[in-house]
Each structure stands twice: as C-alpha cells, then as structure tokens.
Design a protein around this ligand. Structure first.
Ligand code: FAD
Length: 510
C-alpha cells in the first residue's frame, strides 16, 4: 500500500492518493492543514492500532491539531466535499476494537492539543458550585492533579485515569462512584462540540440540549468534544479502603446492595463513596493479601472455585475521621462477609490513581501492550444470579479462565439520565461485569470465543444484557442494542453528522 501526496494541486487542496494492490482511493484534504497532516509510517501505524491489539485499520492520514479551529477546518472541508472522508477523534486509543480508527479516513490525534497548554481552567464559587473547564483531549489524571491543588475534585471517575475526557464522555465513564454519583456523563454541565458539519456549538441542558444529550455517551457520533465543564466538589484528603471476602454470591450481592442503599437515606458525609466487586479464582494471585492469610484464602478458592471480593472505600479528612470510623464500624457489623476485613488507609490521589501502579508493573514485565479481548456488560438485577451460575461458575471456572480479572458491581438506573445516548438495562438496579483479559498475540481468539459464549448464554437464558464499550458486528445488532433509543440516535445523527463522517470505527453507520 502506498500513499502519495499530490503537491501540484496544493493551491486548491491537498490530495492524498492512496493505492492498494487492487484499488486506488483518493481523498482531498484542506490545504490550510498541510503542515499538521502526517502520512509518515510512524503516525499511520500509531493511528492503526489501539489498546485492544485485535483490530488494525489504516487511515489515509493523521491530523495533529494545534487548535480547535483545525478541527473545524478538517470537518468542514470533508462535509463540503463531494466525496467526504471519515474522521475519528482519537484520545489515547484505549478502546479495544478499533473504535477510534478510520479506515482510509483521517484520525485526529487529540492529545496534540495539549502542546498548546493544559486547557484545564477551574471556576465557579461555593454558592453556585465549582467546575473545571477541560479540553476533550485532557487526561483525567491531569484533571485530578489540577483540581486537588485547589482543594477540589470531580465526583465521578473511571478506575484508570490515563484516559481522555472526550473518550470517556463518549462512552459513559463508570467506576465504584457510579452507584452514588452516576457515570461521568452525569456530572457535566456544558460542552463545546465541533459537529459533523464543522460547526463549533456550545451546549448544555438549557442550550442546544439535543446536541448535549446526543454527545454524552454518543460514541463519538455527533461531534468532537473540545471542552467539557465538569462538576467539582471539595476534595477529601484520605481514603479508607476495604476488601471483604465471600464464599457465596447471594450474600455478596446482598451486601453490595445494602452498602449501595445506605446513601439513599443517609445525610452528609455520604458513604461509602466507592463500591465495586471482583472475582477471586486464582490461588496464585493473592499479592494484595497479607502473606500469613494467603494459604487460607487459597484453600477457600480451591474449595469454592470462586471467592467474591467486595471492595469499598470512604473518603475522609481530619474533621470527619471520627464520624466515618464510627459509622463504618456499625455498617460492617451488619454485613455477612468472612470475618477478616482487609483495610488500607491511603491518600485520595493514591486511591484514585491505583490502576496506574498496576500499569507500571505490567509495563515492566512487557504485559501492557498486549491484546485485550475485553467484554463489558450491564446486567439487569433479575438476571444476576443466573449470570453467576451460567457464566462465572459454568464458563469461567469450568473452562479454567481463572486468571482473568473480572469486576462485578451494582448501580442505580436513576443515577443515569435517559435523555443521553448511553444505553443501560431497564431495571432499577443493574450490575456491570467487566471481563478484562490480557492475552498473547497468538491466542486472543480463545478469550474472544469465551466472550461470545457468555453472550450466547445470556441470549438463551433470556438475560437482557447491554454491552458497555461494546462493539457490534452489524447494524442490526446496533439497532437491537439501542432498542427504543435507536430512532432518537438516528435522528440525532442525521441532524448533527448527516454525512456520517465521524467515528467510523464504531461501525454503526459506516
Ligand atoms: P479513545 O479510545 O481514543 O476513543 C474512544 C471513542 O471516543 C472513539 O469512538 C473516539 O472516536 C471517540 N472520541 C475520542 N475523543 C473524543 C472527543 N474529544 N470527542 C468525541 N469523541 C471522541 N472505562 C470506564 O468507563 N471505566 C473504567 O474504569 C475504565 N477503565 C479502563 C482501564 C483501562 C486500562 C483501559 C484501557 C480502559 C478503561 N476504560 C474504562 C475504557 C475507556 O473509558 C475507553 O477506552 C474510552 O474509549 C477512553 O479511552 P480514550 O480516551 O483512549 O478514547
């Protein structure tokens, strides 16, 4: 495959002629951007892959923007062209199935905007509420560091913070805070978006609300987020972080839901602030537990096949420490976990940035940049017991997928705004299950097949799961995924990106 630049026509436009063995494709790009559009092998290679290392899609070119104006120019030029090219904003490319790629189109390396300064501005006041105006290309870790310096913090997070604001807001952004504060898309007051027509539009629930709702959870389909106004609150300094073990799934679930319900009735300070859960199936991966306890935990895993780990955390500072200690003590007395509770007391930033510690270890071992055949699901509460039996016990344990990282925790539907594009199950309580496998380059299909088996099981058992961060193989599957929201999604697409230019890697319209 050869990409050739036609400089003769540069007065009017920049033409990329893209030659394949069997076909020639040419796309015309805006001349104003010629210094920022790259077609060198390094730029193309970086834009052709992602964290999944499963899909490879080659773009014709890569834009390294230095301003929002560059994004407008790129999109407007395509929109006005007789043969529009597709455009994918790429945050960190931490998608796993090519969602931020654009075959034969243009990938926009959003992180290139960072060179123009941090674009994180904190505003507001105590009376009307604090906020951070943040560029879509910014990493959540940088938002955290900038806000805690002022004693403030966003309220909703992802487990891992080296993701871009635009990338997570295009999905939802979930973690252990979601049960209490909703997903990250819930905690945004305003957006600047460059639509699929190349227009820069400010939107919120009050102004251009249709675009606002479309973009949040909108899988990059309606515009590129160039600024998000994120809700802030005062930051605590410390975190009490607990792990409790269960041999029985029902008891584990009940206790998760008990903890989740505390906030429905309690006043300030709200707690627990964070609630997740994990499967423990590998007796050789017990590093987070004290050495003297490991043999006992390992033998429980051998006996039961799975231990369920309830993970919860509560923020505190000097003023609330006593109150939090007392309340947690009372609360934990009402739970039914095994007697030992594993506790850590860490700084707020250390807690939120916890996955980065694992990242550094995995990078050192060469295990970070490997295939990630991930599956993330939302499961209605009515199906979660059957899911435990059919998937955790009958697929994972029986087929020996015991080294997989598997998360499972509940959240409330009423913490999500149904006007937004994100899709969740119909029931008031639903669970997320994340199968976060890492594999070799030669055996990711084994995990992919296991994921297919999980979906087939749900289908046969009538468990109406929704994929999160999910890819679908056909338009019909996407229509099924969106269900009653499909018509709105389609109408919004026709309104804001009528030429189907944006985020082709999601494979919804392209
Ligand atoms: P990309 O992968 O680059 O892009 C994702 C999609 O958004 C693409 O369609 C892209 O075109 C579009 N997009 C990117 N930027 C913009 C923008 N500015 N405007 C409009 N569209 C845009 N997710 C969670 O919810 N919770 C977690 O706890 C969590 N943990 C993770 C841990 C790890 C280690 C990894 C790798 C991912 C995790 N994720 C989690 C998934 C993450 O939210 C997605 O990968 C998401 O896509 C963010 O990654 P990104 O910023 O690299 O976006």
């Amino acid at each position: 495959m050869v990409a050739k630049l036609n400089f003769q026509s540069l007065q009017t436009c920049l033409v990329l002629i893209y030659m394949f063995t069997s076909s020639t494709i040419s796309i015309t790009l805006p001349p104003d951007l010629k210094d920022k559009i790259h077609i060198d092998p390094d730029a193309i290679k970086a834009a052709s892959t992602d964290y999944g290392h499963i899909v490879t899609q080659t773009p014709a070119a890569v834009l390294f923007p230095s301003s929002v104006e560059d994004l407008k120019t790129l999109i407007r030029f395509s929109f006005n062209s007789s043969v529009p090219y597709t455009i994918a904003a790429k945050g960190r490319g931490h998608s796993v199935h090519g969602e931020a790629m654009a075959t034969n189109g243009v990938v926009v390396e959003m992180r290139s905007l960072v060179k123009n300064g941090s674009r994180i501005v904190i505003g507001g006041d105590k009376a009307s509420g604090f906020y951070a105006d943040v560029g879509g290309e910014q990493l959540w870790i940088d938002v955290l560091n900038a806000t805690v310096q002022k004693g403030l913090t966003p309220v909703s997070w992802t487990d891992y913070l080296y993701l871009t604001v635009g990338g997570t807001l295009s999905n939802a952004g979930i973690s252990g805070q979601t049960h209490l504060r909703g997903p990250q898309i819930n905690d945004v007051n305003e957006l600047d978006v460059v639509t699929g027509k190349g227009e820069l539009v400010t939107c919120s629930k009050q102004q251009n609300s249709e675009l606002f709702y479309a973009v949040l959870g909108g899988l990059g389909q309606f515009g590129i987020i160039t600024r998000a106004r994120i809700v802030l609150e005062p930051a605590n300094q410390r975190v009490k972080w607990y792990r409790m073990l269960y041999t029985d799934f029902d008891t584990f679930n009940e206790d998760q839901e008990t903890l989740m319900a505390v906030n429905e009735s309690s006043s300030t300070p709200q707690f627990p602030n964070y609630l997740e859960g994990q499967l423990l199936m590998d007796p050789n991966s017990l590093d987070v537990y004290p050495p003297e306890d490991r043999p006992r935990i390992a033998s429980l895993i051998k006996q039961y096949g799975i231990l369920y780990v309830l993970e919860t955390a509560t923020y505190y500072d000097v003023g609330t420490k006593h109150y939090v200690d007392k309340k947690l003590h009372q609360l934990f007395n009402s739970l039914s976990s095994l007697p030992d509770i594993y506790t850590r007391d860490v700084s707020y930033v250390e807690f939120l940035n916890r996955v980065h510690t694992d990242e550094l270890i995995l990078r050192q071992k060469g295990l970070w940049d490997v295939p990630h055949p991930w599956l993330n699901l939302f499961i209605p509460k009515s199906g979660i017991q059957a899911f435990n039996n059919g998937v955790f016990k009958n697929i994972l344990v029986k087929q020996n997928f015991t080294t997989s990282i598997v998360l499972v925790y509940p959240m409330y539907r009423n913490k999500w705004d149904d006007n937004m594009s994100a899709v969740i199950p119909d029931e008031e309580i639903f669970y997320t299950a994340g199968f976060l496998d890492a594999s070799g380059f030669d055996n990711w299909q084994v995990f992919d097949n296991k994921n297919k088996e999980i979906l087939e099981f749900c289908d046969k058992a009538g468990i109406k799961v929704k994929k999160y961060l999910g890819y679908h193989d056909s338009k019909e599957e996407w229509i099924n995924h969106f269900g009653s929201k499909w018509k709105t999604f389609l109408d919004r697409k026709n309104q804001f990106d009528p030429k189907m230019i944006l985020s082709p890697g999601q494979k919804i319209f392209n």
